[in-house]
Design a protein around this ligand. Structure first.
Ligand code: T3D
Length: 259
């Protein structure tokens, strides 16, 4: 991993820290590519059982680096979206391990999309979400059109998108955009607790849970019911399921190994 994303692995949790604080961790190609590389490592390494994405400094991520955007010159914006953002958002969605966005400052434009594409979001009291795209004359990209209405509902999504609304942490909690809001100075510790809980969970079943919920959010009920049956069978074949049954019978908390 290079300089634009810092990487640590501790107790089964891979933490990817966006590291361009001077521009509130705006995306450039390097940052997007390093995030994709980190997610690939998380997919391949069985010792990684949960991922945290966070930002260094006072921002989470301010979206596309507007200093690096050159309308009319070089790659088209469609190329940028396809090459830089789409692989990242797809990798987050497809990773069979839980991802937490730990938002300690502003998440704007594609930075908000990045948070939305995580499975859970935890925010500090001074975090804020800025839809951003229409503020600079753009339409949504990087998954925003997909995730925002699914998380907050169609009417709220249109309100935020068309009015380019700014949401503070308490409003985000009210909208269901974040799981929890904590004091600024407690964000790192609370994120660790949440990530540790996920990393100590039944990893295979969590991966299947992500798939069945995301895939079930579109399509017919009959497809969802059959998908649930198939994925449940896969979960039932894990050691973690056996451990879950034993723990229940022995009236103790389960010790999941992630396999
Ligand atoms: O290729 C394509 O363009 C297609 C992809 C598009 C996807 C997108 O993400 S579109 C949306 C892009 N993002 C934005 O429109 C947000 C722009 N930033 C802001 O609106 C504000 O900076 C914030 C609301 C995020 C934060 O405001 P504030 O007052 O807390 O901070 P600030 O003073 O505006 O910013 C601090 C520094 O970060 C400042 O630099 P300076 O003056 O200290 O040298 C500012 O220029 C820089 N910065 C903030 N956002 C960006 C940025 N630099 C480059 N790109 C940014 N996105």
């Amino acid at each position: 991993m290079g300089e634009t994303v810092l990487r640590t692995i501790e107790r089964g949790v891979l933490t990817l820290t966006l590291n361009r604080p001077e521009v509130l961790n705006a995306f450039n190609r390097s940052l997007a590519a390093e995030l994709v590389a980190g997610l690939a490592e998380a997919a391949d390494n069985p010792a990684i059982r949960a991922v945290v994405i966070t930002g260094r400094g006072r921002g989470f991520c301010s979206g596309q680096d507007l200093g690096a955007t050159t309308p009319g010159g070089g790659a088209t914006i469609a190329d940028v979206v396809r090459e830089m953002y789409n692989p990242l958002i797809s990798a987050m969605r497809e990773l069979p391990k839980p991802i937490v966005a730990s938002v300690g400052g502003v998440a704007a434009g594609a930075g908000m999309s990045l948070a939305l594409a995580a499975d859970l979001r935890i925010a500090s009291a001074s975090a804020k979400f800025v839809y951003g795209f229409s503020g600079i004359g753009l339409a949504p990209d990087s998954g925003a059109s997909y995730f925002l209405p699914r998380i907050v509902g169609m009417a709220r999504a249109l309100e935020l998108a068309l009015l380019c609304g700014e949401i503070d942490a308490e409003q985000a909690l009210h909208l269901g955009l974040v799981t929890k809001v904590v004091a600024d100075e407690e964000l790192a510790q609370e994120t660790d607790l949440l990530a540790a809980r996920l990393a100590g969970g039944p990893t295979v079943a969590f991966g299947l849970t992500k798939r069945v919920i995301y895939e079930g959010s579109t399509g017919a009920l009959s497809d969802a019911l059959e998908r649930e049956a198939l994925y449940q069978q896969l979960a039932a074949e894990t050691d973690d399921f056996q451990e879950g049954l034993r723990a229940f019978a022995e009236k103790r908390p389960p010790r999941f190994a992630g396999s």
